[in-house]
Ligand binder design. Structure first.
Ligand code: 9YT
Length: 181
């Protein structure tokens, strides 16, 4: 199958400027579901959903999801969908970056690449939820809001008491937009 890819170079911290990783972005395919599941499991910060969930994302949400690969290894992933009742709003479900590739802006670059897709032409707002212990994710979304020239509102998302048992902390909702770019 002919899969469209975008290549981005990322400088590796602490190494010479010539030592760059080429990271390729593309839409997920069904065959990526297992590797996405492994990536999410290994992040240690994201909620690990069932393998079936990642197959569904790879098969049915390709246009609004993205994977990043380096040296044939999956190093990043975003799952997202357009809200059925608000077609101008993209809900970003999970952003995961492999530990070996963090702090290089790959998450931000994946978000930017996603917003450049035709499927996101009509998107003016982004919503996502982030748990209080994931400061890196919050910083990335705030940087993305700056890139869009958009404001950030923090709202109640999924409070801890809506999760089963005492199993999960609050998920705070970040509402970003309207997009200016
Ligand atoms: C943006 C992002 O990755 N949020 C995570 C939401 C939740 N904790 C999950 O699905 O892991």
């Amino acid at each position: 199958m002919n899969v469209s890819k975008t290549s981005v170079s990322f400088h590796v911290d602490g190494e010479s400027p010539s030592n760059e990783n080429i990271v390729q972005f593309r839409k997920p395919q069904l065959e990526d579901g297992s590797a996405i599941w492994e990536l999410v499991k290994d992040t240690g910060v994201l909620d690990l959903n069932s393998p079936y969930c990642y197959l569904v994302i790879s098969q049915y949400f390709q246009e609004t999801s993205i994977v990043a690969e380096s040296n044939q290894k999956m190093v990043g992933f975003i799952s997202a969908f357009i809200c059925p009742d608000r077609p101008d709003t993209l809900f970003v479900w999970q952003v995961g970056v492999d530990a070996s590739m963090r702090r290089q802006g790959i998450g931000l670059a994946m978000l930017q690449a996603l917003f450049e897709r035709k499927a996101c032409d009509g998107i003016r707002f982004l919503e996502t939820t982030i748990s209080p212990d994931n400061g890196a994710s919050e910083r990335m979304f705030r940087r993305f809001a700056e890139f869009l020239g958009a404001g950030v509102q923090q709202r109640e998302g999924f409070p801890a008491n809506v999760f089963p048992g005492a199993t999960h902390e609050d998920e705070r909702l970040f509402h970003i937009g309207p997009r200016k770019t």
